[in-house]
Design a protein around this ligand. Sequence first.
Ligand SMILES: [Zn+2]
Length: 397
Amino acid sequence: MVTGDQLLVKQLNKSIVLNVIRKKHNISRAEISNITGLNKSTVSSLVDELITEGFVVEKGPGISKGGRKPILLNINNNVGHIIGIDLGVNYILIILTDLSANIIWQRRIKLKANETEKEIIDKLITLIQEAISASTKTLKGILGIGIGVPGIVDFKNGIVLMAPNLRWENIKLKAIIEERFGITTYIDNEANAGAIGEKWFGAGSKVTNLVYVSAGIGIGTGIIINDELYRGSNGFAGEMGHMTVNFNDHDCRCGNIGCWENYASEKALFSYLKDIASENKAVQYKDIEDLSVFDVMENVRKNDQIAVRALREVSKNLGIGVVNVVNTFNPDLVIIGNTLSLGGDIVLEEVKNIVNERSFISSYYDIKIRLSKLGMYSCAIGAVSLVISKLFASPQI
Ligand SMILES: [Zn+2]
C-alpha cells in the first residue's frame, strides 16, 4: 500500500530528477544520484518512469571514468508542444515551441484600436487552432497553453480581472480556452510571464532574485524571489508601474497621480519626441501620429538625434523607478524588457547612470542591470514557461 505522503515524496523526487536532467544535459544516473543525494536505485526507477512517459531520452554512452561507460540522459524536447501567447494591447503574438521553448512556428497579428472583447477572443481561438494545425505529431500532443495579458489577473482561476488598455473586466479566459480546446491553459499578467520566461530561458537563468521590468505601453514588473515568482496575497504584486514618482503631476488611468509609467513608457517617449521635434523644427516628425514605436527605435539605430534624445530622456525616467526597485529588493539582477528595451545600449547606459547616482545601496554591491535576452518574445516565451514550469514541478501528466 502506497500512502499519500509516499506518493507526494515520489512526485517531488521525480520533479527533482527531471529538473537536474534539464539543467545539466548529458547526465548519467550516477551523477544524478551524486547531485541530488537520492540513492541510485531510486534514481534509476524514477528515470525509467520518465523515459516510459516520454519526458527523458537516453543518449549513447558517455566517457567512462573507469568501468562501464555510462548512458547519458537528456530531456526529450519533442515529447509534446506548447502554445504561448502574448496578448498585447495592439497585437497578438502566438508561438508554438518544444519542451525547451525552442520556437517551431509563430504568427503575429495586429489588433485595431476598438476591437471588442469578443472579436479579440475569436482571433485568439483562430490563432490557437492554427498553432495546433502547425504542430507535428508527438507522443503527448499539445501539453498546454499559456497566455500573458496586459492587466491584473486572478492566476489561480485564470480570470482577467482588469485589462484597462483592452477595456476588459472579469473575463474568464482560462475557462473559455479550456472549454474550446480541452487543453490545460494558464493565464498570467504579461510582466509575470516575462519574468518567468527570463528566469527559465533568458537573462535570469543563473540568478535567484530578479525583477523584470516590462516597459512598453505601460510598465509592469515581475518579481522573482528565491527562484519563485512573488505574487503577493491576492496575486496583484508587481504593479510597480503605478508607484508614485511625482505626487503633483500627470493623472494616471489607475486613478493615482504621478505614476512611474506615465514618465517612462512608449507614451512618454512619444511625448518627448513631439516636444524635441517641435523645438528643433524637425520635419521628419511632422506626422508623428503615424509612427510606431518600432519606427522610432529604427530611427534611434540610424542615429537620428531627435529620437536618440527622446529615448535618453525616457530612459533616465526609467532609471528613477529602477532606483526604487533596487532599493526595495536588493535583487541580483534587474532585466529591462518589452519595447523600450529595443533602444539597446542607450537605455542601459542611462538607467545604469541614474541607478549609480541615486541608489545609495549601489555603493555596497554591484547591481546587474541587463536588457531582456528574449527581446520581443519575453512574454510569449514566458507564457510557454508557465506551462513548462508546471510540467517540471509535477511530471505525471
Ligand atoms: Zn497609475
